[in-house]
Ligand binder design. Structure first.
Ligand code: FE2
Length: 256
């Protein structure tokens, strides 16, 4: 992991984020403790092959050429090759190899790497693919704007059954909510709010608990705590996520 951090700080942070999020998701899926540990390691090492991808390809801020895409795609195979000799010492390495190799394979098998034998993604690879996309989309990169959490969730929905396991996408949305904790949202009343707790009722995931952070477009202190599923707040509905930076809102102040 130290070599990855030295090579590319973003990749290191991304691997750690995917690990933490995958464990939280796995917990919600009801995985046993030892399976959660396996999932965490699979997610942590999923992109380790990027250590062998030149930085000019890894951080290219223009569209990659076909040749560069092929180089980038090789990170899946590089990781599998690096991990393979460790199987003898730790049988759990097989899970890590499969996740690294298959996390871009897609649910319908149409992704990469193209393998001679047709395989389907392992459970850990399917989980990692979803979490990987969510973290990559909601992080600002040189070549990509930071997508809002509801946009990332919408994309996962759109490609459920093609790129992603549809059942796992449904479970992920139930776990995160349509508006994940920390999201800044615009309400039907014109107020802005920060999501602080998701609604565990799958029929009410669009009604999380929030803190209202504005009053007449001015930031307010303290922020009012509101349960949007409570009948008293029937007139307050979430319209969409907004970029907190645009309004000078530091959402972490309200969540923790
Ligand atoms: Fe990857």
């Amino acid at each position: 992991m130290a070599s990855i951090k030295q090579h590319d700080d973003y990749t290191f942070n991304h691997m750690v984020n995917v690990c933490v999020l995958a464990i939280a998701f796995g917990q919600r899926l009801g995985l046993r403790r030892q399976d959660l540990a396996q999932l965490g390691l699979c997610a942590l090492y999923h992109d380790m092959g990027k250590l062998h991808i030149p930085l000019e390809v890894l951080n290219a801020n223009t569209n990659l050429s076909e040749k560069e895409w092929a180089v980038m795609g090789n990170h899946t195979v590089f990781a599998a090759r690096t991990l393979f000799p460790l199987i003898e010492a730790d049988r759990g390495t097989v899970n890590r190899i499969l996740t690294a190799l298959q996390h871009h394979l897609r649910y319908d098998g149409a992704g990469y790497p193209r393998l001679r034998i047709r395989t389907t993604q392992s459970l850990y690879a399917r989980i990692t693919a979803i979490v990987d996309t969510f973290d990559a989309m909601t992080t600002k990169r040189i070549y990509q704007r930071q997508y809002l959490p509801d946009e990332a969730i919408a994309l996962l929905h759109r490609f459920a059954g093609e790129r992603y396991d549809p059942l796992l996408v449904k479970a992920f949305v139930n776990c995160m909510g349509i508006y994940p904790i920390g999201s800044t949202v615009a309400l039907s009343t014109g107020e802005l709010a920060v999501v602080v707790e998701s609604n565990p009722d799958p029929d009410r995931i669009h009604q999380p608990k929030v803190r209202i952070v504005t009053d007449n477009a001015q930031l307010t202190v303290p922020a009012q705590f509101v349960d949007l599923s409570h009948p008293v707040h029937r007139g307050r509905t979430i319209r969409h996520c907004v970029d907190p930076e645009k309004y000078g809102i530091n959402s972490s102040h309200y969540v923790f």
